[in-house]
Design a protein around this ligand. Structure first.
Ligand SMILES: [Zn+2]
Length: 446
């Protein structure tokens, strides 16, 4: 057996690496649909869709890469016949040469031209497709690197060359082949610790680029009808989250805890007469909603009151100098931070973009109020005692009553008190593909 990985075939102007790969493995599977005497290979029905480091320099919308296991003819026989396996691999590579030229490069050329997107301010680079075939399993080191930070193409190519020299494989690349990074990372991911599923329905060719028609009533029913699906909607803004808003070929994607839930829910939605027809559907095993990109829990006390900058974004600084930002879109996280004071104790998860020294918050908890959140006591007359200086008794400005020098605890603001000790996350529409909803993973886990 071996692994085929692909990435970087799309641009912001359209296309989608999952769609190109879906077509590719569909054709490969069709080649040997009838498994009999002359079957050549078997394509796994659990291809992988892997999201990588959200701040990678070269990335399109969701920074997704794909991979699929392919079992060669003869590999599952009781008596291994190397000759048969080699024959099968030779045929597979020949077929992949054709598909690379006719399908992958054609898609990359069609969609992957550099363009300034209407959806995104970033200047988009041209598609740089890379496809990798490795005739062995590799461990998840490359994946871990690629989901938690920037990986260099040269590093990846050295690794791939070593593996190919050791046990066989092949690389296809165009325009520098940066896609080899994602292709290898997707092969390297094994999803053993955690994984989820997504059923993606693709649009009919003639509809791509037009408005999508999905029956919103059905989307509302999805979560109750299929409780193992998740992030179908953002209830805070009453919006469906299953369809992208870009001109890509995806009609919708339904994320779920189990393969069966994703697949059943997608079939159910596709049967609806008030929704657009799809050309096809594919279920992917994914690293979405696993928090694999988060690996450090930060803790500390605020060194000063949070700073609110233009746009309503809030910045906090810990005593050790570490800063973190809660964008205005981050909902409760931003709201709570705006009410914090110097000395308040917090913990959080987030990631730091390359070249910055500020954590972009993804999970946040207000652990304990500052000991400095205190007041002078109230006098029996209703006024509050005031200090008359160090070593002096406190004095009531109203009735002149005196008391010893002391503090009482100040109650938290009514809006803040219920959120003390509660893990918070941005609303569903503002979360990354990789971010695990709090309802999915225990908040104390990254
Ligand atoms: Zn008084």
């Amino acid at each position: 057996m071996g692994w085929l990985g692909l990435d970087d075939t799309d641009g912001l102007s359209g296309g989608c690496t999952t769609h190109t790969f879906h077509k590719l493995i569909s054709l490969l599977a069709k080649d040997t649909n009838a498994i009999g005497e002359d079957w050549k290979w078997r394509v796994s029905t659990n291809p992988r869709l892997v999201r990588l480091w959200p701040f990678a320099e070269r990335r399109t919308r969701g920074n997704a890469a794909v991979a699929c296991e392919i079992i060669l003819f003869g590999e599952e026989d009781d008596v291994i016949d190397e000759g048969r396996i080699d024959e099968s691999e030779t045929a597979l590579l020949k077929r992949l040469d054709e598909l690379w030229a006719e399908l992958v490069l054609a898609d990359a050329e069609r969609h992957g031209s550099a363009s300034e997107s209407h959806h995104d301010q970033r200047q988009q680079s041209e598609a740089s497709p890379g496809m990798v075939w490795l005739k062995q399993d590799i461990d998840n080191k490359i994946y871990t690197m690629a989901v938690r930070g920037e990986v260099k193409l040269t590093e990846i190519m050295e690794f791939v060359d070593d593996k190919i020299n050791a046990s066989g494989g092949k690389v296809w690349k165009d325009n520098d082949g940066h896609g080899c990074i994602g292709a290898l990372a997707a092969i390297s991911w094994n999803g053993l610790i955690d994984h989820t599923w997504e059923a993606i329905a693709y649009r009919l060719e003639k509809n791509i680029g037009t408005l999508r028609f999905i029956n919103n009533q059905k989307v509302i029913q999805l979560t109750t009808k299929y409780p193992d699906t998740f992030v179908n909607r953002d209830p805070t803004i009453d919006r469906s989250l299953i369809s992208p808003r870009t001109p890509c070929p995806v009609l919708f994607g339904i994320r779920a805890e189990t393969r069966d839930a994703a697949e059943s829910a997608a079939h159910w939605l596709l049967k609806d007469r008030n929704s657009e027809n799809a050309s096809s559907m594919r279920v992917w095993q994914t690293n979405q909603a696993t928090n694999d990109h988060l690996f450090h829990r930060y803790k500390g006390d605020l060194v000063e009151k949070p700073q609110i900058i233009k746009g309503g974004h809030a910045i906090i600084e810990l005593e050790n100098g570490l800063k973190a930002i809660a964008f205005s879109q981050s909902g409760d996280i931003n709201r709570v931070i705006q009410m914090l004071l110097s000395g308040d104790e917090v913990e959080f998860y987030g990631i730091i973009p390359k070249g910055e020294n500020i954590v972009h918050l993804e999970r946040f908890i207000f652990k304990a109020p500052s000991p400095k959140r205190h007041l002078r006591p109230l006098c029996d007359c209703g006024s509050r005692f005031t200090s008359k200086g160090k070593g002096q008794q406190l004095k009531c400005p109203n009735c002149k009553e005196k008391t010893f020098d002391h503090w009482v605890e100040s109650p938290l603001p009514a809006q803040l008190a219920p959120l003390l000790g509660v893990w918070l996350e941005p609303p569903a529409s503002a979360r990354r593909h990789l971010a695990a909803p709090l309802s999915r993973l225990h908040p104390d886990l990254p």
